[in-house]
Design a protein around this ligand. Structure first.
Ligand code: AMP
Length: 195
C-alpha cells in the first residue's frame, strides 16, 4: 500500500442548472492541488470538468488530460494542462485514464459520466481492479443513482457486496476528507488491463 498520488475525476461536459455543482467542482480542484494529488480527466475545456481542471492549475497542481483526436476539436482544453495525452479511440482513453489513476471520483454529470462510472464499477465487480470509487453527491444530485443501485441489489440483480465497492461522499469536503492520506493498493491488480 502507498499514499494516493492521482485521482481520475469523471464529470459533466455541461455545468448543470444548480450553481452548487460548479462551486463544489472548484473546491475539488483546489483541494487536489493543495494535497498534491494529480488530476486525471478527459481533457475537456467545457462544463464542470473545465472548472475542476482550472482550479487544479490555479492552485499549482498537476492536471493530466486524455482525449481522443476526434473529440479534441470540440472538447480539448486550450490553455495550460500539465500533460495532454492524445489517443485514437474512446476505449483507449478510458483505459489510460484508468491506468493513470489511483482512485475515481464521480462528480455531477450526464450520460458520459454515468457510462464511465458504471464501467469502473463493473470492472471492479469483475475484480479487474480494486481502486476506490467515490460518488460525490453535490446538492443531492446522485441520490437517484444511489437509490437505483440499492434497488438493483435489493431485487437480486447484483450482490450486496457491490454496495461496498462505492463510497458515497457529501460534496467536495466529503471527497477531500476521504482521500487525504488515503492508502491505495499497488501491484498487479492495480494495473489490471482488460483481457
Ligand atoms: P457527460 O457526462 O455526458 O457530459 O460526458 C462527460 C464526458 O464523457 C464527455 O466529455 C465525453 O468526452 C465523455 N463521454 C460522452 N459520452 C461517452 C460515452 N458514450 N462513453 C464514454 N465517454 C463518453
Amino acid at each position: 500500500m502507498r499514499t494516493i498520488r492521482s485521482i481520475c475525476v469523471y464529470c459533466g461536459s455541461r455545468e448543470g442548472r444548480d450553481p452548487a455543482y460548479r462551486q463544489e467542482a472548484a473546491l475539488v480542484g483546489a483541494g487536489l492541488a493543495a494535497r498534491k494529488i494529480s488530476l486525471v480527466y478527459g481533457a475537456g475545456g467545457i462544463g464542470i470538468m473545465n472548472v475542476v481542471a482550472d482550479a487544479v492549475l490555479k492552485g499549482g497542481g498537476v492536471a493530466i488530460g486524455v482525449i481522443p483526436r476526434h473529440l479534441a476539436a470540440q472538447e480539448l482544453k486550450q490553455d495550460g494542462l500539465t500533460e495532454t495525452v492524445l489517443v485514437d479511440t474512446m476505449h483507449e482513453r478510458k483505459q489510460i485514464m484508468f491506468e493513470r489513476a489511483d482512485a475515481f471520483a464521480v462528480l455531477p454529470g450526464g450520460f458520459g459520466t454515468l457510462d464511465e462510472f458504471f464501467e469502473m464499477l463493473t470492472w471492479k465487480m469483475l475484480d479487474l481492479h480494486r481502486k476506490p470509487i467515490f460518488l460525490v453527491d453535490s446538492a443531492g444530485y446522485w441520490a437517484p443513482l444511489a437509490g437505483l443501485i440499492d434497488h438493483v441489489i435489493a431485487k437480486g440483480f447484483a450482490g450486496p457486496e457491490t454496495r461496498d465497492m462505492i463510497k458515497i461522499v457529501s460534496g467536495a469536503e466529503g471527497l477531500l476528507t476521504a482521500i487525504t492520506g488515503l492508502k491505495v493498493e499497488s501491484g498487479p491488480k492495480h494495473q489490471a488491463r482488460l483481457g
